[in-house]
Design a protein around this ligand. Structure first.
Ligand SMILES: NC(=O)c1ccc[n+]([C@@H]2O[C@H](COP(=O)([O-])OP(=O)(O)OC[C@H]3O[C@@H](n4cnc5c(N)ncnc54)[C@H](O)[C@@H]3O)[C@@H](O)[C@H]2O)c1
Length: 257
């Protein structure tokens, strides 16, 4: 059991990648708090893991929600060893049409949410002298530009720098901070795109490993970063993308000129 006795918070853990990470952590012995805007979903996900999980309603972009989330985990388990900043949203909008409201909401959830959760949890880890772990879920679009998702991609680029800076500032407390940069993962976030068999095939052809990723693919990387297997790794951005970032060429299928 790689995480026996550990306590983890997974934000956005009601479904998709977060739910996969919660499952992987629980199956390695961790107690997992599943924090999500969607309380019903978080509750349903937590029930799958029995006693070792519980659900919390929280909007990561709201400071009081984050503070309440941290307090309730401390109250239930007495400590926090691992935080996964996974909650995220995505909308599609060309730059010239992007409203201040859309820009702000995506940045608030994806980037400010991770900042608020990291700060609040890190203070608890330091207070209890816990050699904790923080994992941020970024994206390959934190370093590869494309069209129509500027706000999302900027938030994911910000997460990579948040990772590096917090890794530096928290290293003296033996708290490690890393991030994962997924490629295209089959989750509810992508359903509209992946439901279309032609688009799905086109995407598969663009991935060097010739398949779309699963939540479990990301969860295995998160387990590695959460466990002592990565005890000398901090400030890293790990692509989990089947090689897509090596071969990304805009919207054209692989092999086209
Ligand atoms: N699916 C992909 O291809 C992909 C690729 C790269 C990165 N990511 C990132 O991985 C993370 C998980 O993505 P997913 O595909 O599982 O998405 P998803 O939409 O399937 O799940 C996201 C979860 O986050 C929750 N959430 C949304 N806003 C929240 C908020 N303000 N506070 C708390 N919870 C909130 C949702 O309720 C949902 O349960 C996101 O940060 C996403 O940007 C996903």
């Amino acid at each position: 059991m790689k995480l026996a006795g550990k306590v983890a918070i997974v934000t956005g853990g009601a479904r998709g990648i977060g739910s996969g990470i919660a499952k992987a952590f629980a199956s390695e012995g961790a107690n997992v708090a599943i924090a999500d805007l969607d309380y019903e979903g978080a509750l349903a996900a937590s029930m799958k893991f029995g006693e070792s999980a519980f659900a919390i309603k929280a909007d990561v972009s709201i400071k009081i929600d984050v503070e309440t989330m941290v307090k309730s985990v401390i109250k239930k388990y007495g400590r926090i060893d691992i935080l996964v900043n996974n909650a995220g949203i995505q909308t599609v909008m060309p730059f010239l049409d992007l409203s201040r409201k859309d820009w702000k909401r995506v940045l608030d959830v994806n980037l400010s949410g991770a900042f608020l959760c990291s700060q609040s949890v890190a203070k608890e880890m330091i207070r209890k002298r816990i050699n904790g772990v923080i994992i941020n879920i970024s994206s390959i679009h934190g370093y590869i530009p494309r069209s129509t998702k500027l706000h999302y991609d900027v938030s994911k680029a910000g997460l990579i720098m948040l990772t590096k800076e917090t890794a530096l500032e928290l290293a003296p407390y033996h708290i490690r901070v890393n991030c994962i940069a997924p490629g295209i993962i089959d989750t509810p976030m992508n359903q509209e795109l992946l439901r279309d068999p032609e688009k799905r095939k086109m995407i598969e052809q663009r991935v060097p490993l010739e398949k779309i990723g699963s939540a479990d693919d990301v969860a295995r990387a998160a387990l590695f970063l959460a466990s002592d297997d990565s005890s000398y790794i901090t400030g890293a951005a790990l692509p989990v993308d089947g090689g897509l970032s090596l071969n990304y060429n805009g919207l054209k299928p692989v092999g086209s000129s």
